[in-house]
Each structure stands twice: as structure tokens, then as C-alpha cells.
Design a protein around this ligand. Structure first.
Ligand SMILES: Cc1cc2nc3c(=O)[nH]c(=O)nc-3n(C[C@H](O)[C@H](O)[C@H](O)COP(=O)(O)OP(=O)(O)OC[C@H]3O[C@@H](n4cnc5c(N)ncnc54)[C@H](O)[C@@H]3O)c2cc1C
Length: 414
């Protein structure tokens, strides 16, 4: 049986950031990865995906973006290359092709079973990703069998779809990007829109992530956020990364010819039924966007930046056609594919420690798992701040948790 001080499960950016923090503290550890470094970006993302965060923000402990396009948006393949380089740079002790099958408590720590081998460690960091499984609503069961169903994980490009119309369900970052891409391939696209977060790509000539970071919004701590459960389950903003830095909101998609309908509620006898509250949903998203822009303007004024930036302005409200259909017959042949862009979730099914709440989520306090001293969680939305949802958030999160882990070990390790 192998013994080490700490085991990190997962070699995405979160696990690598933690590895770097443990090395800084001379804490003996190993990173167990079921695939390769950055495996989610290799196997679970579609090829045309680009980060929606700008390149300058793709920073990890001891590593800032050093390329020649700081304001661009990195394609998935470049994310893989960046993380692979980073793993090498920090000499992360990654064991690839090593699947963790169980983690349970043991005397003086934890017992980890990986590829059938048993390891003992005093601390374990779970960094297996918040977006490892597609979330598909139960209504999918009622979709007629003649319809091809895909998720963002099984989607590669429009060429794999049968001829005919496509219903994209979900209008967050994934849904709006894929609706646009599929529409450009010549297929008629209907986009079912539920609650969403509308943001412009740029505002007053700066990227929206510049504003989110500068105004301090992303630095809001988990214990200061008004409704933490809601914050942790907010849909991703309607943003895409394109070389032209275009805004991909519902008005843009409607102008392209994509049909916008309300949230998919039920499928009855092959007929998809959409919510009639699309106009209200969109008005609420517009309101929240404008509330943030007002905060941004106030911040610019307070910090004396008004003269350096173009003047404040507002974007057109989302246009909703009053004749928007409430039903779509999935047996008519008009639609041949349903693409579920309804979010993602983690997979901790291999965790043999009773730390899950009634909804199957790990109970934790800013990444310190409740009731399991020595067990840590990284890479979850709003784990410690709003930035935790994004790559650059792992810097501060891993620093705080590695510091805690170090104290937990009482300085005795190795
Ligand atoms: C479509 C999409 C777009 C995104 N775009 C952005 C963006 O633009 N900017 C941004 O900052 N963030 C973005 N994110 C959010 C986030 O940064 C990514 O999800 C990122 O991959 C999370 O990194 P991670 O290290 O926490 O998890 P992951 O990258 O998912 O890494 C987890 C690792 O754990 C491994 N693993 C899982 N289970 C086991 C096991 N049992 N044993 C061993 N290994 C295991 C996996 O193979 C994987 O390599 C996006 C997410 C998605 C889904």
C-alpha cells in the first residue's frame, strides 16, 4: 500500500493549481487523473469552443498569460496546451490514466482506491470538476424516439446532425453558442430560453470581464453573497468568445433568424410545450444587466475613469415577438434533433464518505468539506468567491485551502 501526505483527484486547472500550492509548502502529494492533464478540455468540450473569459484573465499560480493576444479568447485546444505546459512548468506529480474508484476515511486520514491499488493519505483534495456530467431535465424522457438527442458533451459539430430543424434547449453560454453555430450550417434553429444572465461582450470599449473584475464583483466572498445557493446555481452568462468579440445575446440570435421560444416545460404526446413567460424572463435579464452596468458606471465615476472611457449607454431591450409559439410538434418532421444545453454537474459518486446533502451536493464551507477534516473541494462555482467559477479563481482558492490543509497537518508532513 502506498502512503503519501496528500492526494489531489483531478488534473484540470484546479488540481494543478492545488499541486503548485502544495509544492510551495513542501507537502508531499500526488495528483491522480483518470485521463490526461486537462482531460475535460480534451474530451468533454466541442472543438469550436473558445473560452468566454479573455486571455489576460487565464492566469494560474505563478503563471500569467504571456501570448500576443491578451484580449482574445482561447480555443479549447489552446487551453489544453496551456494547462499541459503549466503541469510541466510546476513539475506536478500527475499520474495519468489513474481513475479514483473510491475515497473513504481510514485511521489517520483517507484510503483511496485508484485503478484497483490502495493509497493512504492524510488529506484529499477533490478537484474533479463542476462540469463533468451533462444535466438533462426529466422532460427528455418524453421526447419521441424519432428525434436525435445530443448534449453539449456528445455534440462535435453541425455535420453530425441529421438534416432538418434543431431545438436547442437552454440559452446560457453553451446554448447561445451552439444555436448560432448550427444556424450558420443552414439548419433552422429554435432556441428554448429559460432564466438567463444577459451581458454584453464589451461595454464602454472594455471587455465585460474587465468590468466584472474591476468593480470587485468577482471578488465577492461566498459568505458575503446574499443568496449563496442561488449564486452557486446561476446559469453561465450569455457570452461567447469570438475573434471579433461580438455580443451573442437573444437580439443578435433573433436577427440571424433563430426562433426564440420560452422555457421547455413539458412534452405531451410528442408536442413540446413552452412557457408563456418568455417576455418576463427576458425583461428580468435586461433589468439585471442594466443594474450591473449602473454599478459599473458608478465605479468608473468613483475611480475617476469617466474621462478615459466612452460615455455610458444602454443596450436595446430584448425583443420578444408577441406571436412566439407556445408549442412545437416534435412528430411533424420539422425538428429532427434536440440539443440539451441545460447545464452540467459534478460526479462524486465514488466518494464513500457521508458528506452529501439531500440534493447529492457536497456540504462544505468555502471548500473545507463539512464533517470530514482533511477533505477539501476545489473548482466549484462560487466556492470561495464569485471568481471561483472561472479559471483564474483557482489561484486564491488553492492558496486558502492549501494554507488550511497545511495547518491541518500541523506542520507534520512528508
Ligand atoms: C462548456 C464550458 C465552457 C467553459 N468556459 C470557461 C471559460 O471561458 N472561462 C473559465 O474560466 N471557465 C470556463 N468554464 C468553467 C471551468 O473553468 C471549466 O469547467 C474547467 O474545466 C474546470 O476545471 P477543473 O480543474 O475544476 O475541472 P476539470 O477541468 O473538469 O478537471 C477535472 C479532472 O478530474 C478528472 N477526474 C474526474 N473524475 C475522476 C476520477 N474519479 N479519478 C481521477 N480523475 C478524475 C477529469 O478527467 C478531469 O481531468 C467552462 C466550463 C464549461 C463546461
Amino acid at each position: 500500500m502506498m502512503q503519501t501526505t496528500a492526494v489531489v483527484v483531478g488534473a484540470g486547472h484546479s488540481g494543478l493549481a492545488m499541486s503548485r500550492r502544495l509544492t510551495e509548502r513542501s507537502i508531499d502529494h500526488v495528483v491522480l487523473e483518470r485521463g490526461e492533464v486537462a482531460d475535460s478540455w480534451r474530451t468533454l468540450r466541442w472543438p469550436s469552443l473558445r473560452l468566454l473569459t479573455p486571455n489576460w484573465q487565464t492566469r494560474l499560480p505563478g503563471h500569467d498569460y504571456a501570448g500576443d493576444d491578451p484580449d482574445g479568447y482561447m480555443p479549447a485546444a489552446e487551453v489544453v496546451a496551456t494547462l499541459t505546459r503549466y503541469a510541466r512548468l510546476i513539475s506536478a506529480p500527475v499520474r495519468t490514466a489513474t481513475t479514483v474508484q473510491s475515497v473513504r476515511t481510514a485511521p489517520e486520514g483517507f484510503e483511496i482506491v485508484a485503478n484497483g491499488d490502495v493509497l493512504r493519505a492524510r488529506a484529499v483534495v477533490l478537484a474533479t470538476g463542476a462540469c463533468i456530467l451533462p444535466s438533462i431535465p426529466g422532460v427528455a424522457d418524453a421526447v419521441p424516439p424519432s428525434i436525435t438527442m445530443l448534449t453539449a458533451f456528445s455534440y462535435r459539430d453541425p455535420g453530425q446532425l441529421p438534416d432538418g430543424g434543431v431545438l436547442v434547449v437552454g440559452a446560457s453560454a453553451t446554448g447561445v453558442q451552439l444555436a448560432g453555430e448550427i444556424h450558420r450550417s443552414g439548419r433552422p434553429v429554435t432556441l428554448a430560453v429559460g432564466e438567463h444572465v444577459r451581458l454584453p461582450r464589451t461595454y464602454r470599449s472594455r471587455d465585460i470581464f474587465w468590468w466584472l473584475e474591476s468593480t470587485g464583483l468577482l471578488a465577492e466572498r461566498y459568505d458575503q453573497v446574499d443568496d449563496l445557493t442561488r449564486a452557486r446555481h446561476l446559469p453561465s452568462p450569455q457570452l461567447t468568445g469570438t475573434p471579433e468579440a461580438i455580443t451573442t445575446d437573444l437580439n443578435t440570435l433573433t436577427a440571424l433568424g433563430i426562433r426564440i421560444v420560452g422555457r421547455l416545460g413539458r412534452v405531451v404526446d410528442g408536442v413540446a410545450q413552452f412557457s408563456g413567460s418568455l417576455a418576463n424572463t427576458c425583461a428580468l435579464a435586461d433589468l439585471k444587466m442594466n443594474r450591473f452596468l449602473t454599478r459599473a458606471d458608478q465605479w468608473a465615476t468613483d475611480t475617476g475613469l469617466d474621462d478615459e472611457l466612452p460615455p455610458p449607454h444602454r443596450f436595446a431591450p430584448t425583443r420578444v415577438d408577441p406571436r412566439t409559439p407556445l408549442e412545437l410538434d416534435l412528430t411533424s418532421g420539422e425538428v429532427t434533433t434536440v440539443l440539451w444545453a441545460t447545464g452540467f454537474g459534478p460526479d462524486h459518486s465514488w466518494l464513500d464518505i457521508p458528506v452529501l446533502d439531500r440534493k447529492g451536493r457536497i456540504r462544505h464551507d468555502g471548500g473545507m468539506v463539512t464533517g470530514a477534516p482533511g477533505l477539501y473541494l476545489l473548482g466549484m462555482p462560487v466556492l470561495r468567491t464569485r471568481a471561483s467559477t472561472y479559471i483564474h479563481g483557482a489561484g486564491n482558492d488553492s492558496e486558502a485551502l492549501a494554507g488550511h490543509l497545511h495547518c491541518f497537518l500541523g506542520g507534520r508532513h512528508g
